[in-house]
Design a protein around this ligand. Structure first.
Ligand code: FAD
Length: 264
């Protein structure tokens, strides 16, 4: 299998750096092909702007979506964007690895998403009408591929528990798992989260690698999070709200996860 690891930490000797090295070795030892997009090492350009396509009139008003659409369609995207899109198409599984910074991904990784997820590639795919709102949330260019987060946090596990002050980890990660990964079609596996990183020592590092190694060994067997597909019948279109009888009375992020296997 082909695995793309998109990795965002500025320090190779960090905990994240060690976990990245472990992940690559483990996957390669199991016979998988691995590519790493080490964003800091690549000096990845994080800002989406008018320089992301070539051949546009200098005085033209920059429209982030429409420029992206034209550049993708006409083959005028910058080469760094094209290479990452090719890696995504090559991969069977994509892992995003990062430290949680201000309750989200580091800016460099957010910039990777913004620039690589072009209009026509990750969004604006499929028929858009009042009857069908595109191929997204379970369908799209990256459908059939798996994705998983490896995330480290300073906060304790209890801080991210259902009544923890930071909010439940599933809620904190929802915009990434549901918005960034499920939206363009990925099946999203439960995240691998390492809490309270300041308490890491050799013994805990070794136990963490053991648990992470098991998750990597199980990448192709692990059941994805049961996010409800947009075009599965669970949502009214074009309102895109859950039908009244689906998760009746439930609101918020959890309503978009089915509790029953193979149901809407
Ligand atoms: C800008 C910013 C925003 C942040 N926002 C949040 C937030 O919103 N929520 C939150 O919970 N946290 C937050 N944090 C904390 C952050 O998530 C953690 O600092 C980060 O996850 C730690 O990962 P690291 O790779 O940088 O660890 P490091 O600092 O490199 O290492 C952590 C510990 O692991 C040890 N270690 C490293 N490698 C090994 C190894 N190979 N073997 C054994 N031990 C090792 C180190 O000695 C150290 O004690 C934030 C931090 C920053 C800088």
């Amino acid at each position: 299998m082909n695995v793309l690891l998109v990795y965002a930490h500025p320090e190779p000797k960090s905990l994240n750096g060690s976990l990245k090295d472990f992940t690559v070795k483990r996957l390669e030892a199991a016979g998988h092909q691995v590519q790493v997009s080490d964003l800091y090492a690549m000096d990845w350009k994080a800002s989406l702007d008018a320089d992301d396509s070539f051949g546009r009139p200098a005085d033209a008003r920059f429209d982030p979506s429409q420029d992206s659409k034209r550049a993708f369609k006409e083959g005028r995207q910058r080469q760094d964007i094209v290479l990452e899109q090719e890696k995504l198409l090559w991969a069977d599984t994509v892992i995003l690895q990062f430290p949680l910074w201000w309750f989200s991904m580091p800016a460099i990784l957010k910039g990777w998403v913004e620039r690589v997820y072009a209009y026509g590639f990750a969004y604006g795919v499929g028929e858009h009408s009042d009857a069908r709102w595109g191929d997204r949330y379970g369908e799209g260019t990256l459908a059939g591929k798996r994705a998983m987060l490896i995330v480290t946090t300073g906060g304790w596990e209890s801080h991210y528990s259902p009544r923890g002050i930071n909010g439940p980890i599933d809620d904190v990660l929802f915009p990434i798992q549901h918005g960034v990964l499920f939206y363009p079609g990925f099946d999203v596996l439960p995240p691998f989260v390492i809490y309270r990183t300041s308490r890491m020592d050799e013994a805990r590092f070794s136990a963490t690698c053991e648990a992470l190694g098991q998750r990597l060994d199980d990448l192709w067997e692990t059941a994805p999070i049961a996010f409800r597909a947009q075009n599965s019948g669970a949502y009214d279109i074009p309102q895109l709200t859950l039908r009244d009888e689906i998760a009746a009375g439930q609101m918020g992020f959890a309503a978009h996860v089915s509790q029953a296997a193979h149901s809407l």
